[in-house]
Write a protein that binds this ligand. Sequence first.
Ligand SMILES: NC(=O)c1ccc[n+]([C@@H]2O[C@H](COP(=O)([O-])OP(=O)(O)OC[C@H]3O[C@@H](n4cnc5c(N)ncnc54)[C@H](OP(=O)(O)O)[C@@H]3O)[C@@H](O)[C@H]2O)c1
Length: 218
Amino acid sequence: MAGYYSGGDHEKAKAWQEEQHRDGFDIGISFGNIRELTSTKNCVADVQRQLGHLDILVNNAGVTRDAMFHKMRHEDWHDVITANLNSLFHVTSLAINHMIERKYGRIVNISSVNAQKGQLGQTNYSAAKAGMHGFTKALAQEVARHGITVNTVSPGYIATKMVMAVPEKVREAIIANIPVGRLGTTDEVARVVTFLAADTAGYITGSNISVNGGQHMF
Ligand SMILES: NC(=O)c1ccc[n+]([C@@H]2O[C@H](COP(=O)([O-])OP(=O)(O)OC[C@H]3O[C@@H](n4cnc5c(N)ncnc54)[C@H](OP(=O)(O)O)[C@@H]3O)[C@@H](O)[C@H]2O)c1
């Protein structure tokens, strides 16, 4: 199942679903605005209706509103914290009791290299993504005895809409600082998410896996 928002553009989501179907992937879709608890509730209920149960949750939705801190508007701060961090509470709190009942769950939270290394122009985003690590480690301790794992994946710069929206010159400067010399691919991140979401990953919890081409090593 894939959650979508797209500002309420359902046709865009359906077109994506059809494209996936043509490529051989049968993926259900469900609308929800993870900034809002009520909308998220409807989305999670819809997913449970379509799937029957919810064993794997990937908290992937995220936004950026970059600005140097001295110019950052109140709404840029709050929007990024709401969409990247409060959303984690909204979605996970709706799934966790179901997972506890079933004594099984895999939760993967998508953070960012900029949570750990910081990035100028991204105090809001770095703070929200760093908050995901604390959330992951605390929840991992609470639910381990219920067969639920909670981990974080921290991508570096991946060639998605978010990164391709950055001006080309800035992107080139970013790539110059990545030891492998290129942007990452969505497949490379998905591979790690799939690994953590597997039954066989039950002894990995509270961890973070970096997928950043060596841009930040620690
Ligand atoms: N690209 C990178 O280099 C990079 C690096 C580090 C971390 N990340 C993280 O990886 C994740 C995916 O990023 P991306 O690069 O794929 O970004 P993207 O292309 O901009 O996609 C963002 C995703 O978040 C969803 N979303 C945004 N606001 C939402 C809302 N209010 N309710 C529900 N869904 C919402 C979007 O859904 P719709 O399109 O349907 O609106 C979209 O699927 C994010 O958490 C991002 O912070 C990305």
